[in-house]
Design a protein around this ligand. Structure first.
Ligand SMILES: Cc1ncc(COP(=O)(O)O)c(C=O)c1O
Length: 448
């Protein structure tokens, strides 16, 4: 059974973010079942899901409340179009999201994934300025973005991103943004030492925003941490100062909490933690507890009203996906919001233990940097800790360590040579220990 599935996979499938020349050698899982925080392979082996199925699984697999909500919704209907039409589960979900979102957000625009959530915010911000009726506003066509940012893989989201490794080749397809340096203190883009890098990068962002004030449609940022860049954390006060700079420039502020929304930061939203209400809050991944693809872009009444007018005036937001407002996904999201408050209560203790185990990694050979934000961790592996010299790309050291973790029944996925640990929020103390024991052992294997 296992072999034939792997044969089918190799013959028929093209996997995302996967170099197929080495795919089979890196022992991919063939998941046939899952239980709680564990994935079960076709041969029956169990693996701890240390990346929460790419950062979206909040409470484990086969969570009875979510299973039940979807099944019950199936008994009513699965999907009805949301274009010029409404359906109950998504409408009530929108109202519920407003109760927990940062104050001031009042409108929900649904889509399918993180990339579309950002794409929607970007297009709304652009169109908003084109139809205020003020000729000076129409010049606000540009976006301020942060180096190393990742906002998804659609062409608009890629334009806002700054990960040349993934997206450099698409350069000619993209629109230009005003790009501020990423606060990647371990390899500071300004060449500064760690103690001064983060704030210096922030000051440079503030200066760029002030310099281009009249042409900026919006400033776009991942609050708290640049996840896909390898968990690059931000200095204290970063989000608030960036938001203030956007406000002073009269520009809009887009917060992409696709990765960190719904508890990952330790708060429901990283914006809330920072006391910031953005003009757009992009959410996806955890919205359905990791069950179904659904995203939402939350925005304010000010933005919504900018799109009002007679149909023939053409102020409508002409954007929509077939499965927008999907009823099954909305049912899963409702169940997620039911479970979340209880989990938020146990989360501080989970994060404390996770942080303590993460800290211990610093002492290991080849661990250059350990970056943590709430229950998200990046462990940057380097050939030489003293000189910060990276491993040769061909060694695929991040993947090597993760493949070794798999031998120890822990599933992790690296970003280059940064091993990412992003477990479900409900991971237990014992499971945290299993995960870090495996990771420690695999890192020690590097020279073995
Ligand atoms: C901050 C951020 N924005 C957007 C995305 C894209 O989300 P999706 O893969 O659902 O399109 C991701 C995915 O990791 C992300 O981390």
């Amino acid at each position: 059974m296992t072999e034939s599935l792997h044969t089918l996979d190799r013959r028929s499938v093209w996997h995302p973010f996967t170099p197929h020349s080495v795919y089979a050698d890196e022992h991919p899982l063939m998941v046939v079942a899952a239980e709680g925080h564990w994935l079960i392979d076709a041969d029956g082996t169990r693996y701890l899901d240390g990346v929460a199925s790419l950062w979206c699984n909040l409470f484990g697999h086969r969570r009875p409340e979510i299973d039940r909500a979807i099944t019950e919704q199936l008994g009513r209907f699965a999907h009805a179009t949301f274009l010029g039409n409404a359906s109950a589960p998504a409408v009530t979900l929108a109202a519920r999201l407003m109760e927990i979102a940062p104050k001031g957000l009042s409108r929900a625009f649904f889509s399918d994934n993180g990339s579309t959530a950002v794409e929607v915010a970007m297009k709304m911000a652009f169109q908003f300025w084109q139809q205020t009726g003020n000729p000076a506003d129409a010049k606000r066509t540009r976006f301020v973005t942060i180096g190393n940012a990742y906002h998804g893989d659609t062409v608009g989201a890629v334009s806002l991103g700054g990960m040349d490794l993934f997206h450099g080749i698409y350069g000619p397809l993209l629109f230009q943004t005003i790009r501020a340096p990423s606060p990647y203190c371990y390899r500071c883009p300004l060449g500064l030492e760690r103690s001064s890098c983060g704030i210096a990068c922030l000051e440079q962002a503030e200066a760029l925003i002030a310099e281009h004030a009249d042409e900026i449609a919006a400033v776009v940022v991942e609050p708290g941490v640049q996840g896909a860049a390898g968990m690059i954390t931000q200095p204290e006060g970063y989000l608030r100062r960036l938001r203030d700079a956007a406000m002073n420039a009269g520009a809009l502020f887009i917060a992409d909490e696709v990765a960190v929304g719904f508890g990952r930061s330790g708060a429901l939203f990283a914006c809330e933690q920072a006391g910031v209400t953005p003009d757009f809050l992009c959410l996806a991944k955890g919205l359905t507890g990791g069950y179904l693809p659904m995203a939402v872009t939350l925005t304010t009444e000010r933005i919504f009203e900018g799109f009002l007018g007679k149909p023939e005036e053409g102020r409508t937001f002409f954007h929509g996906h077939t499965y927008t407002g999907n009823a099954l996904a909305a049912a899963a999201a409702h169940a997620t919001l039911d479970i979340l408050p209880g989990v938020m209560e146990t989360l501080p203790a989970t994060i404390a233990h996770f942080a303590e185990r993460a800290e211990r990694l610093c002492a290991l050979p080849h661990v250059g940097d350990v970056r943590r934000f709430g229950l998200a961790l990046g462990v940057e592996l380097v050939a030489d800790v003293g000189t910060r010299e990276p491993f040769l790309a061909a060694s695929r050291m991040g993947m090597r360590v993760c493949t070794d973790c798999k031998r120890r029944n822990v599933f992790l996925r690296p970003l280059g040579d940064t091993v990412v640990v992003m477990p479900p929020l409900t991971i237990t103390t014992e499971e945290i220990d299993i995960l870090f024991d495996a990771l420690e052992a695999s890192i020690r294997e590097i020279d073995g």
